[in-house]
Design a protein around this ligand. Structure first.
Ligand code: ARG
Length: 591
């Protein structure tokens, strides 16, 4: 069997829908039964309440009729409560069978509901010749998690790293390099570890910038360089290529350290759309979507105005003939739809660009590129804040380097692990510290609702307690250690589940949660909100702790009971590992 075990929530929904079909008049029969997990029973169906008004009947009466029409074969216990809720209880047998079915499947019963969908994910997109800073952390981790998860539920994912590799700043950089070849060599000499190169490039940027601001003649030469670059002048292009290559090497080192699934093959920088800009502009002008405004070519929008009440346009071509960031994004969306044949396009970009993407999507719709069968989403996110919830800057007011943050988190994780008794040798400790530190940063990013700002607090992130990546990794290692204690490697073979064995409340709570894994993944694939998966995994780990406190595993008697508990450990462990993997977080065997 490969994937797609129907969850109890789904089969309960089916049973209630069927009863509604039998009991209710046609115009109500097809409504959503509104089955949810409940505190009062396993599930609760709320359809009667929502339909009562439409039917002109009392909700309780409707609920009674639905209850009476439930197929006894479905094995659902039913009770009416409140004004018209149906409290539904599944049998212990059904729950154990569910555990067996998920455990027997390598995909834990997760189906592929997104099969046949081609999804472009635009994420990370750092700027060439600048170092990746804290602002790139969110887009990189969120984009990466979404890519893994969507792929797992069947989507064909095309990763696109929209590198900032074009623009007027390159004139300045190239001119500086040309006049100061020694700056380049200095950059090479500085190369050390993952951060060497871009640090050097960052230094180059600062030097060039200072000269540009201080010396009008240099600024003028830099401007002429931009023209030369755009005209395809060979020596200028060669220097540009060198800059891009050096930066890309440094970005790749960060991706590898972070465990991000981006490779050079996913790079599609702004420069790669240059060849379409003239054509896109002509198409916009011909369609009358872009119009002349004081010599510039602009798109205007209903309801988009500045603080002064004047319309704010998207500038397609500046009055000096130059193209900008917006024009490139128009060419990009057209390319993604027409050439890549995407059915879903996700832009994992910070909230400050909300207006920009509204303009891009609106323009693409008016041009007929973006049609109803293509979904374009700005997967927006809030800022990363520094200590005390203030904007995250170094003491000197600069952006904080991403690599510094990661290294700090890894060091803190290491210190935290060392406070506990452990059996790791120095090499293992280094590996686990990296997995824990990186996992902690990613989890902190992903577990906050992405539209909210969050405070970067490495101390809290690496804590073994609370809703942290380390807590979840640790919960997983505890389960692995229980399973290692079983004789004859029995921990690695799925235990045989007896559906007739009794079921403790803590076993039931845990088993029902493991059954929610597939629906949660579907929910994240729809809402693009990884924090829902984080919240789920945290509940699962807590439910496991409660289970383990009240239900001994290794010493349980008789054998049937022990085997069922082993199965629960195995299924929980596998679900935690799989869920964390989909978030891009590794799961060490010990820590
Ligand atoms: N490089 C841009 C920045 O750092 C982000 C690019 C996002 N993607 C896009 N298609 N505009 O702000």
């Amino acid at each position: 069997m490969a994937g797609d075990v129907r969850s109890l929530e789904e089969s309960t929904t089916d049973a209630v829908a069927e009863a509604m079909g039998r009991a209710l008049p046609a115009e109500l029969a097809g409504a959503d039964p509104l089955v949810r997990r409940s505190e009062h029973a396993d599930f609760q169906a709320n359809a009667a309440l929502s339909l009562a008004k439409k039917a002109g009947r009392k909700p309780r009466e409707l609920a009674e009729e639905i209850a009476a029409a439930l197929d006894p074969e479905a094995g659902l216990g039913v009770e009416l409560s409140g004004p018209g809720f149906l409290n539904l209880t599944v049998t212990d047998r059904a729950v154990w069978r569910q555990v067996a079915a998920r455990l027997a499947d390598a995909r834990l019963g997760v189906g592929t509901p997104r099969l046949g969908q081609r999804t472009v994910i635009d994420y990370s997109a750092p700027n060439i010749a600048k170092e990746m800073h804290v602002g790139h952390l969110r887009t990189t981790t969120i984009g990466d998690a979404l890519g893994r998860l969507l792929e797992h539920v069947g989507a064909e994912v095309i990763r696109q790293n929209h590198l900032g590799d074009w623009g007027t700043q390159f004139g300045m950089l190239i001119q500086y390099l040309d006049e100061h070849p020694e700056a380049k060599w200095r950059a090479r000499d500085l190369e050390e570890g993952a951060s060497g190169t871009t640090s050097a490039l960052d230094g180059l940027y600062k030097l060039a910038r200072a000269r540009f601001d201080a010396e009008p003649e240099f600024a003028e030469r830099a401007r002429r360089r931009v023209v030369a670059l755009q005209a395809g002048d060979e020596p200028t292009l060669a220097l540009w290529h060198e800059l891009v290559e050096e930066s890309e090497k440094a970005f790749q080192a960060v991706y590898d350290y972070l465990g991000i699934q981006l490779t050079p093959a996913d790079s599609a920088g702004e420069s790669s759309y240059n060849r379409y800009l003239a054509d896109v502009t002509a198409e916009l002008e011909r369609a009358g979507v872009a119009v002349d405004s004081d010599g510039a070519l602009c798109v205007f929008f209903d309801g988009i105005t500045g603080p002064d009440g004047n319309p704010v346009p998207l500038i397609v071509r500046k009055s000096d003939g130059g193209y900008g960031y917006g024009t490139t994004d128009l060419a990009t969306i057209r390319y993604r739809i027409q050439e890549l044949k995407a059915t879903r396009i996700l832009y994992v970009v910070g909230a400050p660009q909300t207006l920009h993407f509204r303009m891009i999507f609106d323009t693409a719709r008016r041009m007929g590129w973006l049609t109803d069968d293509v979904e374009a989403v700005h997967v927006s996110f809030g800022s990363v804040l520094g200590p005390g919830g203030r904007p995250f800057k170094t003491r000197a007011g600069a952006s904080v380097r991403m690599l510094d943050l990661l290294e700090e988190a890894v060091a803190k994780a290491r210190a935290e692990i060392e406070t506990k008794p452990h059996t790791l040798n120095p090499d293992e400790l280094a590996t686990v510290a990296r997995q824990a530190g990186i996992g902690a940063v990613k989890y902190a990013e992903l577990s906050t609702s992405r539209t909210k700002d969050y405070t970067f607090d490495p101390e809290r992130m690496v804590s073994f307690n609370g809703n942290t990546g380390v807590y979840l990794q640790y919960a997983h290692t505890r389960i692995r250690s229980i399973l290692r204690k079983l004789p004859d490697d029995a921990g690695d073979t799925p235990a045989t589940v007896s559906a007739d064995a009794p079921m403790e409340p803590a076993e039931r709570a845990l088993a029902l949660l493991t059954d929610q894994f597939a629906p949660i993944l579907t929910e994240v694939a729809d809402t693009l909100e990884p924090h829902r998966l984080c919240g789920y995994l945290f509940s699962l780990a807590k439910a496991f702790t409660e289970f383990y406190e009240s239900c001994p595993v290794l010493t349980a008697e008789p054998e049937q009971v022990r085997a069922n508990r082993v199965a629960l450990c195995q299924l929980t462990g596998a679900t935690l590992a799989e869920g964390l993997r989909l978030l891009g977080i590794e799961t060490p065997e010990r820590m």
